[in-house]
Ligand binder design. Structure first.
Ligand code: AKB
Length: 318
């Protein structure tokens, strides 16, 4: 029986991963933790706690007390926010990962760790179209540098201590349940909220800035599939490319307009534009498909339909 700890359970990925994991492993076996308040529905359905991943002593006590067997460490300062306080972001992103890896090395019950990397490990010198698994990684953001260093540490802990840590390089993640916070790809979530709320949106990226994106359900399923794969199938111990779909603001605007013909977008690129321009436009994820069967279900049309419906329902039930 697995006993799963989710760190960052109040966040965009965490909140949905907790629900998916509880459906598989039972509500009582998935521990939802965060430094901020956990959403009521998650708190009500199973165990939860306020827990700071930077507090290594409390963390290790919690893990031992609850006989945790798998840890999903999803807490991070994302690309946009990290540029505002680079040293703080570096410290949080790196120290939190080191706390988890070191703990997994010494606590015998902990058999597997998941830690997300990002397309941010790539930089301006990386080939931007269909970016390969193994290629130039010279990130120009502090977030990207922390993710790249994190990948190296994951591989190191696997090779040196046999810590079974697994990872994917998430593209921009799109969901309506919990809003994203502080990322460069956040426009692709905000646009749906503003379209429903106000009928217009001021985009912080240029209209033709294509980026890889993925609907949350696909991202959660990919994460579960990776973690359930036999250990010997995991050939990449840094982090797997996962691609999803690729689009620019003007393409998603055209999709939204099919539902809301009066929707208007204006463009006012800010400090996130050069970040987006340094990232791939699309990703080659054939290695993940081959090693553990990555598959995605959402194309841009299905994603737009689902987002508009989800955001509308969310507002009408408030
Ligand atoms: C961000 O924009 O910072 C994140 C990411 C791509 O890792 N969504």
């Amino acid at each position: 029986m697995e006993r799963i700890l989710i760190i960052g359970a109040a966040g965009q990925i965490g909140s949905e991963l907790v629900t998916a994991m509880r459906a598989i492993h039972g509500n009582e076996n998935v521990y939802a933790t965060d430094i901020k308040d956990i959403p009521k529905d998650i708190k009500k359905a199973g165990p939860s706690a306020i827990l700071d991943v930077m507090d290594d002593k409390r963390l290790i006590h919690y893990v031992i007390r609850h006989k945790i067997t798998q840890i999903y460490h999803l807490a991070a300062v994302l690309s946009g926010n990290a540029e505002k306080l680079p040293l703080q972001a570096w410290h949080i992103n790196m120290q939190s990962l080191m706390n988890i890896l070191d703990l997994a090395k010494v606590v015998e019950d902990v058999k597997k760790v998941f830690w997300p990397s990002s397309i941010a490990v790539f930089g301006p010198t990386t080939p931007r179209v269909n970016t390969p698994q193994l290629t130039i990684t010279e990130p120009s953001t502090v977030y990207g540098i922390s993710k790249l260093a994190g990948e190296r540490w994951c591989e190191y802990f696997y090779n040196r201590y046999d810590v079974d840590v697994r990872s994917v390089r998430y593209p921009g993640l799109i969901s309506y349940k919990t809003e994203a916070g502080g990322g460069t790809t956040d426009y692709a979530v905000e646009i749906f909220y503003e379209a429903i709320k106000k009928g217009n949106y001021e985009c912080f990226l240029k209209e033709d800035t294509a980026l890889p994106m993925m609907f949350m359900e696909d991202a959660v399923n990919a994460t579960i599939k990776l973690m359930e794969a036999p250990k010997e199938n995991i050939k990449i111990r840094s982090s797997y490319n996962v691609g999803g779909i690729s689009f620019a603001p003007k393409r998603i605007t055209a999709e939204i307009k099919k539902h809301l013909p009066d929707f208007k977008i204006t463009y006012n690129p800010d400090f996130r534009q050069p970040i987006a321009e340094s990232w791939p436009q699309s990703i080659d994820d054939s290695q993940a498909q081959k090693d553990w069967g990555l598959e995605t279900k959402y194309n841009i049309t299905k994603l737009t339909d689902t987002m508009l419906e989800g955001v509308r329902t969310k507002f009408s039930s408030k």
